[in-house]
Design a protein around this ligand. Structure first.
Ligand code: NAD
Length: 355
């Protein structure tokens, strides 16, 4: 297969972790006889420095024509001035908007080798493997908002259309079919009209198009508890922007290590955007201390969700597991004093893919 990747290293540790993901993708291409092309473009703070714009037109043009985008992270103290004309994060928001990325996917996987890092008891966290689909471009974050003239009353509107609900429920149901065939839809239908629309639309889509998928609905407040008390019971979870924002951050704490968690943002058509959930970690940037595994696992998601290369995606995930099995750790996940650098960790995963 021929495929083109745009690498968006960004700021801080972004370039280091993106290089590791690139090297692993090169190993995948070699092992499975694919032709992957890569080009690197500036986004975020570095793009502000070079172009005065966190998302230069040349970067956007390259992204639009790619099959998948691998992003490191953006931001850092250098660009934190609250009075600045623009900020690095505007590059990310602009990319999501321009590319119509309406679904945010976040896998929450408990790696058995790191189980002791979880704040949950081992018997609760073992075997957890959840894939969240958070709606990303609608809902209360994008609804009308207002503040009364006297500043004493504020309003934020949560609005969804049938089409917005259908497209993400379908995407989540498709993913469920390729996993353990279970979909949980989370809403607040006992209180919110907008959630009642989610419930009706979602039930219809599931009944008419995905009757083979095991489907359930859970109220968001109950879900916040279930995620802690019985996280193993969930496979794919789909929900609106606000609920997803909170639940995915709650979920990201379960495995106990920020450097291990990838995410993806997808729209109706390519490219998808793949990135670690962590930020640019300016405190360790340039020191070969960053854990590259989240970005490498994001590259695996790109193989699966943008290129349809399931075997290759699984090979990358298995390579990560085998490197963890070998006892190799970066500093953030090392229980003892001994640890390896970003480059060594990336090299080890690339070698395991090629083995
Ligand atoms: P952060 O995720 O960058 O760092 C939090 C802590 O986790 C730090 O101690 C850091 O060293 C550590 N850490 C993060 N990723 C790591 C990794 N891969 N390996 C080892 N340790 C890791 O969050 P922050 O400090 O709140 O934010 C720093 C900058 O990143 C800010 O400018 C923020 O706006 C930006 N940010 C960007 C994104 C993004 O690009 N998607 C997301 C979150 C934060």
């Amino acid at each position: 297969m021929k495929a083109s990747f745009v690498l968006l290293p960004g700021d801080g540790i972004g370039p280091e972790v993106t290089k590791a993901a690139h090297d692993v993708l090169v190993a995948v291409a070699r092992k499975f006889d694919h032709e992957f092309e890569f080009e690197s473009r500036p986004v975020g703070g570095i793009a502000i420095d070079e172009f005065g714009d966190p998302l230069p037109q040349s970067t956007l043009d390259a992204c639009v024509n790619a099959d998948a985008l691998i992003l490191g992270a953006v931001g850092g103290p250098k660009w934190d001035d609250p009075n600045a004309k623009t900020r690095p994060e505007a590059g990310l928001l602009g990319l999501r908007k321009e590319l119509g990325l309406f679904a945010n996917l976040r896998p929450i996987t408990a790696h058995r080798q790191l189980i002791d890092a979880s704040p949950l008891r081992k018997d609760l966290i073992e075997g957890v493997d959840i894939l969240f689909f958070r709606e990303l471009t609608g809902g209360i974050y994008f609804g009308e908002s207002s503040l009364s003239d006297d500043g004493r009353v504020a309003t934020s509107v949560m609005q969804y259309s049938v089409g917005e609900i259908e497209r993400i429920v379908r995407m989540a149901a498709e993913a469920a079919r390729n996993r353990r065939n279970k979909l949980t839809m989370v809403d607040k239908a006992n209180v919110l009209e907008v959630s009642r629309l989610w419930r009706r639309v979602s039930a219809r889509v599931m009944e008419e198009e995905y009757a083979d998928v095991d489907y359930e609905v859970v109220l968001v407040d109950a879900m916040a508890m279930h995620l802690i008390s019985r996280p193993r019971d969930f496979d794919v979870v789909v929900t609106a922007n606000l609920f997803g924002d909170i639940l995915t951050d709650e979920g990201s704490m379960l495995p106990g290590s920020l450097g291990m968690l990838p995410s993806a943002s997808l729209g109706d058509k390519p490219p998808g955007l793949y990135e670690p959930i962590h930020g640019s970690a300016p405190d360790i940037a340039g020191e070969d201390l960053a854990n590259p595994l989240a970005t490498i696992l994001a590259a695996a998601m790109a193989l699966r969700h943008s290129l349809g290369l399931e075997t290759e995606a699984a090979a990358v995930e298995a390579a990560v597991e085998s490197v963890l099995d070998s006892g190799m750790r970066t500093k953030d996940i090392a229980a003892s004093g001994k640890f390896f650098g970003t480059q060594a960790m990336g090299d080890a995963v690339a070698a395991a893919v090629g083995a």
